[in-house]
Structures are given as structure tokens and as C-alpha cells.
Write a protein that binds this ligand. Structure first.
Ligand SMILES: Nc1ncnc2c1ncn2[C@@H]1O[C@H](COP(=O)(O)OP(=O)(O)OP(=O)(O)O)[C@@H](O)[C@H]1O
Ligand SMILES: [Mg+2]
Length: 321
């Protein structure tokens, strides 16, 4: 009833021609999206993750109407995106982290002016939205700089603002934090959280950074080889994957493998450096404290599990069932 995004058995098959000989070309099919079904309710903020080539961007392109599905049924706000792309465009915002939608030679301000005219955004609303984005995304000093001169992080913030000026009901983000430093990432996340909470904007977020998902999404969908392999809470994902975090410790000298730390096991030793694996759902603090108490520590760091690893473990787990 209140499902804003609906996919039923959606498929996208690309036909690719490959040179296989001097004059020979063979046609092969790539099933980029292979029968995906899900629902997203209005106001939800959902993570959409998976390894390279899984079909994430292809899904988003179908949701925006850029690509036409090869099969299945797809609706956004009751509209078939590829059939009524222009009508839908007023209601959606898109950010592709890998390429800008801004005008390369124009200052940000002029790009936004064009967006305003394209969507015929009423003056007062445009100004209010722009002011808010400028403030929260720290764009004030950048408005008169041509887009080509912006750093990646500045450009990304500029892109996110551009996608929100017309008050879209849904925002698709395809890797909006790619290549950003820690401070910029935090700023972008905080902004997205606000937009979702205050305006009730529905958000679909694709990323390779699990921290983005952890900080923003209660629900996460995992796609692999064009199929949905998980749809639920992030905690559930950790449990399914039984993913592990890694404590990397540098000891004062070479020692036998660290032993007897509750809930952690040593998986690798290289000179004075040792790696201890522990469950991703656990806090690192007690593990660190236990090691520090009994071993001569010089330095340590904690490595988070990455999405590819989590998915790999999910598959490994299934294969053995
Ligand atoms: N226009 C196209 N023509 C042919 N094949 C394509 C096209 N676009 C995507 N593909 C293929 O479809 C599959 C899914 O690609 P997609 O870009 O959706 O992956 P992704 O999940 O976004 O990956 P990444 O994390 O690397 O961005 C890949 O095998 C890709 O090579
Ligand atoms: Mg992609």
C-alpha cells in the first residue's frame, strides 16, 4: 500500500559482442540483474550492497528509467520509470559518485540555476533548499568555483545538493562517499540522515563502505551476480556471514602466537606482528584490554570486515549446507 518502490522479478540482460577471432564476433549475454524482487516503503533508508559487477548500478539505472528492464515489473510511486521518465524525474534525485551530473565548466551556482529552470522550482523553495544545502554541506565558499576545479569531495557534496534542490521524494545514491576523506564522509552521512529524517525522503544507498550502511541504514539488501541474497537487518548480515573483525597488534618482539584471549584467536604471525580474529558483533575493547594486560604491546589497529568478505563468507556458508 505504502510501497514506494516495487520490483517483481526484474531482469536486465545485456548483449555483448566479443571479438573472438580475426573477423569473428561472438554474442554473449550478461545477466546483470537476474530476477530481483523487493519493496521499499516511503521514508525508508535502505542499503544496496554487493561486490563489483553485482548489478547495483544497473538496478539504479532501471529505477531512474535510464535503462529499460528486460523482464519483470518495476514501479516507483506507481510509475513505470522507463515509460514515463520525464514525469518521474521531478520526483526523484540521483547521485552517481563515479560521474558528475553538474556542468563541468560552470560554477556550482550556475549549475544550480540550470537545475532550477529544468525542474521549474518556485523561487522561494529553491532559495530555501539551496540555503540549507549550502549550510549543511559547507558549500558557501565553493559556489563561484567552476566544477572542474573542485576536489572530488567538494564536487560530490555539490552533486548531492543538486539532486535535492527540487525536493525529490526518493533519492538514489550510487557510491556517494567513494574516494572521500573521513571528514567529508561524516559530513555527507550526517546530511543524508537529516534529509531522510526531516523530509521523509526515501533513500536507496549503494556503497562499498560498510560504515555508510552501519551509520545510516536499518535495512540492507545484498545483491550478488544479479540476485538478491540478503534482505534484512545489518546485524542479521553479520550473523549470517559470521564475519570477523581483525585486531592487528605489534608486540615489542617476536613471540609465540598469542593465546588464551577469550573470544579471539590468533590467525597469523609475522615477526612481532600478530593478527587476532574476533566476531564482528563484539566490541574490540575487551579483546584489546586482555591482550594489553598480558603482552608487551607497541601498537594496534582494528580492521573492519569488508562487504566482499562478508558476502564471500555467506556463500561459503551456504555451499557447506
Ligand atoms: N551497458 C552495459 N553493457 C554490457 N554489460 C554491462 C553494461 N552495464 C553493465 N554491464 C555488466 O553488468 C554487470 C553488472 O554491472 P553493474 O554496473 O550494475 O555492477 P555494480 O554492482 O554497480 O558494480 P560496481 O560495484 O563495480 O559499481 C557487470 O557484469 C557489467 O559488466
Ligand atoms: Mg556500480
Amino acid at each position: 500500500m505504502d510501497d514506494f518502490i516495487e520490483l517483481d522479478g526484474v531482469e536486465k540482460v545485456f548483449e555483448v559482442r566479443r571479438r573472438t577471432g580475426f573477423l569473428r564476433r561472438t554474442r554473449t549475454e550478461v545477466r546483470a540483474v537476474d530476477g530481483i524482487s523487493f519493496r521499499v516503503a516511503r521514508g525508508e533508508m535502505v542499503g544496496y550492497i554487493g561486490p563489483n559487477g553485482a548489478g547495483k548500478s544497473t538496478t539504479i539505472k532501471m529505477l531512474t528509467g535510464i535503462l529499460v528492464p528486460s523482464g519483470g515489473r518495476l514501479r516507483v510511486a506507481g510509475i513505470d520509470p522507463s515509460r514515463e521518465r520525464t514525469r518521474l524525474a521531478r520526483r526523484i534525485g540521483v547521485v552517481f559518485g563515479q560521474r558528475t551530473t553538474l556542468w563541468w565548466d560552470l560554477p556550482l551556482r550556475d549549475s544550480y540555476g540550470l537545475v532550477r529552470r529544468m525542474y521549474r522550482i518556485p523561487d522561494a523553495r529553491y532559495r530555501a533548499n539551496l540555503d540549507r544545502c549550502v549550510e549543511l554541506l559547507d558549500l558557501g565558499a565553493l559556489l563561484d568555483v567552476p566544477v572542474r576545479q573542485l576536489s572530488l569531495g567538494q564536487r560530490m557534496r555539490g552533486d548531492i545538493a543538486a539532486a535535492l534542490l527540487h525536493d525529490p521524494e526518493v533519492l538514489y545514491l550510487d557510491e556517494p562517499t567513494i574516494g572521500l576523506d573521513v571528514v567529508s564522509k561524516a559530513k555527507v552521512r550526517e546530511f543524508l540522515r537529516d534529509v531522510n529524517a526531516e523530509r521523509g525522503t526515501t533513500v536507496l544507498l549503494t556503497t562499498h563502505d560498510l560504515t555508510d550502511i552501519e551509520q545510516l541504514c536499518k535495512r540492507v539488501m545484498v545483491i550478488d551476480h544479479g540476485r538478491l541474497v540478503h534482505d534484512g537487518a545489518l546485524d542479521g548480515l553479520h550473523a549470517i556471514g559470521e564475519s570477523e573483525r581483525m585486531l592487528v597488534v605489534d608486540l615489542e618482539r617476536e613471540l609465540p602466537p598469542i593465546d588464551g584471549i577469550l573470544g579471539a584467536r590468533t590467525v597469523k604471525v609475522e615477526g612481532p606482528r600478530q593478527w587476532l580474529a574476533f566476531a564482528a558483533t563484539r566490541s574490540a575493547a575487551p579483546v584489546v584490554a586482555a591482550v594489553a594486560e598480558r603482552y608487551p604491546l607497541v601498537d594496534l589497529s582494528v580492521r573492519e570486515p569488508d562487504i566482499e568478505e562478508v558476502i564471500a563468507r555467506m556463500y561459503a556458508g551456504r555451499a557447506s549446507l
